[in-house]
Design a protein around this ligand. Structure first.
Ligand SMILES: [Zn+2]
Length: 152
């Protein structure tokens, strides 16, 4: 058996939506995804990584679109992560074209992101949310979000 999650995370990694906005957005997502087994909002003290699980394919440079070696990426992930303070999202010189980027600005296929807040739906039994649905959640939360499709 495998499980799928749809995870909505604010575009600004350290942003925490207000509690009443979270309650509204959670209710809207429940109505949008009636078959989901579980819908939950998470808040963490520090920035954490929201990965796409088995959907993980490649990491690419946002400047020159080169595929970045996973060795470099995992070493940089480890270097950027502080045991006490979570991810720092510092800028690093990329091995491809020497441009600078934070780990959150790299292009991931499937998409992955970093944040302190997430709204997630387990096994919603849909493909993807459409832009209009994402827009409704953004309005409720009061911030822009990116969507991670996690498969485990
Ligand atoms: Zn590059």
């Amino acid at each position: 058996m495998s499980d799928n999650w749809i995870i909505l995370v604010p575009r600004i990694a350290d942003h925490l939506p207000e509690t009443k906005n979270v309650q509204t957005a959670t209710e809207i997502l429940k109505q949008m995804l009636p078959e989901a087994e579980d819908i939950e909002a998470y808040e963490s003290e520090h920035i954490q990584f929201y990965d796409c699980g088995a959907n993980f394919g490649t990491v690419s440079c946002p400047q020159c679109q080169s595929v970045i070696e996973l060795d470099w990426w995992s070493q940089t992930m480890a270097a950027d992560f502080d045991e006490k303070a979570g991810f720092q999202l510092d800028e690093y010189k990329l091995p491809c074209c020497s441009s600078f980027s934070s780990l959150s600005a790299l292009d991931y296929s499937f998409h992955q992101t970093f944040g302190r807040f997430a709204l997630s739906a387990m096994n919603p039994n849909i493909g993807e949310l459409c832009d209009e649905e994402i827009g409704k959640i953004e309005d409720a939360l009061g911030c822009d979000v990116t969507v991670v499709y996690q498969h485990i």
